[in-house]
Structure formats: structure tokens, C-alpha cells
Design a protein around this ligand. Sequence first.
Ligand SMILES: [Zn+2]
Length: 449
Amino acid sequence: MAASPALAQTATPSPAPAGPTYVVQAGDSLYSIALSFGLTVDALQQANAIADPSLLYVGQSLVIPGYENISGVLTIHRAEVGETPASIAQRFGVSPELLTRLNRLTNPAMMYVGQPIIYPEGNTGIPTGRAVAVMPRDSVAALAARSGQSVWGMALLNDLASPFAAYAGQQLIIASDAPALTGLPQPLLALTLKPEHPVQGGTLEVAAQALDAAVSGSFGPWPLRFADDVGGPVALQGIYALADPGLYPLVITATVPGGGVTVFEQMIPVADGSYPYQLLYVGEEQAALLDPAVVGAELGQVTQIVSPDTEARQWQGTFLQPVQSDRVTTGFGVRRSYNGGSFDGFHGGIDWGATGGSPVVAAAAGTVVFAGPLTVRGNATIIDHGWGVYTGYWHQFKIDVAVGQAVQAGDVIGAVGSSGLSTGSHLHFEVWVGGVQVNPQQWLDAQFP
Ligand SMILES: [Zn+2]
């Protein structure tokens, strides 16, 4: 015989809520919390006897059902560049097994940057990321560098007779105020991305530090061409504006002088650029310039000019807007359809409307590698800034520079016009990085590297 609900209620006093808790953060909703923990909104609402989800408040403690044998406060950490499930487990003092189970990580290699990783705060008894084992080919110096400590401080803390005396497998203590170790394998020391969240049509800067090793790598389909900067090797790469948003593998390879190779791979999300759509209608004479054979050949010619990596970097700081105007007539990335055709192209630069004859200036220091008339782009100038970074200036009335000429940022290089496939007086300005057209606005706003 089944007990009636009323009887069951009187027979057993309601026990303390089973399971761990989660503290509501700013920006959370019942739905987002349920999603993070793989629950339904209903299950979360029931476990916490919430009648009105709109009354959720920041700092409220919620019971998270379905996490048996785990107690304490569950916290969500967003995976950072260079982290692995193992390094996150170490950072927060959680066993890797628990972290894998909590987060249903079937394939740790698929963890992506920004992925929410749940961990229980302070219930494990494992010291938080402070004891670390010396890896084969590792050294106290490398460990000290990775954890931001001095070699001698570390030797002192661990009672080492000499900082060179550590052996593989030895457990060393890291000062409690040292930053968390990354999940990077030896000899990689640090890995940073700028911006942290790359976007279609954007520029990605990858900085990698390694101890006495050469760094190479790739991001999605693009090889990363590292150049030596003051702070270490840096690579700049454009992300094609029509590339599918989603996860792209970042692969970093460190090669030591003896030939030993270490590979670190991590998935990085590329966000949708949310570029608008634009229908354009042009007359017969202009439409003739849209012949795919003409357009394709000219794009091939330009792509070839902007493909080589010149070793020396010539620019410093942010780029200058190349024409005085506050009137952007078409932004970068706009999906375009000409005369009712398909949206298979995009606007590869920024158009500024300006009076014909207005001066056009170099956005940054560099060397002129093209100056002359093109069918679609009109009177065009291309400047090489080094490291695979180029700028292009199209539809000019006249060109004031010649191939081979060195220019400084702000030098007048020509005048605004409407030559080529253009419907009015304007300057079309492009930035190419690693053979890919990127949003110039990013270069006007931020400094690379
Ligand atoms: Zn344009």
C-alpha cells in the first residue's frame, strides 16, 4: 500500500537539503544556472521551493540536486588560455576524477577557452595547487618561472641544497601567494591571446613564451608566423570574415635545440561578427566590373602582394584613420549582394565618405609595395608594415607615392576620389594580416602587439 503524501510528510521531518549549494551571481537566471549544472529549471525550482523565479537574488544560496556525495559550495570557473582539466583541478584543489565527473568531461582535450567548469570550493582536503611534482626535463628554474617566484625563494622554501638538485617526480612546494600554474607542458611558460575572445574578421594576437625553445603553431587553418618581440615570440593572424563561427584548435609547438618537440593544443571559440547585410544596385557600366573573372583576377593580384612576411616590424602603436571624416558609409564585414545576386561576398574594409581631393595619409609607417590603377579598386596604394601586416587605400583620385618609398604614419600618400567600382567620392581602407582582410577598426582602437 502506498503511503499518502500527507502521511509521509508527518512521518519524516524534512531533512537538511541534500547536495551542494551554489551562490547566485550577478547576471545569473534560474535558466542559466540550470543549464550550467545540466538540470531542468523545474528540478532546480523544486529543490529550492522557488515559487517565483523572478525573485532570485544575487548572493542567494541554491541547493543543486543530483550531485550526491559532494558537499560545499559549487563554483563556476571559466577555462582560461593555457589551462587543462588537470591544471584546473590542481588550481582549485580538486581531484581530477571529481572534476571530470562533475563536468561530464568525456574528452578533456575538447575543453575550450571560456567553458564553464564546475568545482566544489574548499571541501577536498587537497592543498590548493601548491604542491607540484617535478616533470621529466623540468627544472626548479622553469617551475619558478611558471609560478612567478624566484629560483632562490623556491630553493629556500623547499629546503633544497641547490636549485639545480631537483629530480623528476620530486614534490615541491609553491608559495601560497603564487599565481596558479597553467596547464602548459614544458618548456612552454606562458600563452596569451588578444583579444581573449576572437571574432570573425578580427585580428588575433598570440604570445607564447618558452624556455630556450623555438615556438611555432597554427590557429584553425592558418599557420602562426611567430616573430620575436621584446616580450617574447608573438604571432598576428587575421580570421577570415566568412569563416564559420565555432571552435578552432590553437596548436602551439615548442622545439628545444636538441630537437625535442612539445605540443599544446586547446580549442578557442570564434564568435559571430554579426555583420549586417546590404543590397547594392549599380548601373550597366559598373556592373561590367563585377565580372567574376575580373574580380577574381584582381583579388588574386592583391592577395599575392600582401602575402609575404617582411621580417622587420615598421609600425608602432595604434593606426591612424587615413582620411579626415566622421562619416563611415560602409563598415567592415558587411555581407553584400550586387544587383540581386547572392550574399557570397563581404566588404573587406571601411569606407569613409570625404570630399574628392581630400588628403589620404599613411595609417602607419611602412614601405609602399603597390601604387597604380586597378580595375575594381581604382587608383590603389598598398603599404607593407612588416610581419605580414599591410594596409590598402582604394578609389583614390591621385597617388602621391611610388613603389619602394618608405612612409611614416600621417604622411600624405594620395587624394580621395571615386575611381574604379565606386558610387561616390570616398576612401576605402583595408588592413590585411597573414593574408586575410581584417576589421581595420580594431587597429585604430588597439595596439598590436
Ligand atoms: Zn569599400
